[in-house]
Design a binder for this molecule. Structure first.
Ligand SMILES: [Zn+2]
Length: 60
């Protein structure tokens, strides 16, 4: 069973592929995650225009 965080990440990788800045669709869904202990941050950098997007979740 995937953890909730893994399924959340998978959701972005599979559904949030299109860059809102330029419309590029990143089929690889290159979301990176990092955590500082209290939060987890998912970040995506568009390979076309380099615009970055972030989604932040509290772990509490
Ligand atoms: Zn873009």
């Amino acid at each position: 069973m995937p953890t909730p965080l893994e399924s959340q990440r998978r959701r972005y990788e599979t559904t949030d592929k299109k860059c809102p800045a330029c419309g590029y669709v990143d089929e690889d869904g290159n979301w990176k995650s990092r955590t500082d202990g209290g939060r987890i941050v998912y970040r995506h950098v568009c390979p076309s225009c380099k615009a970055s997007r972030e989604h932040t979740f509290s772990l509490k």
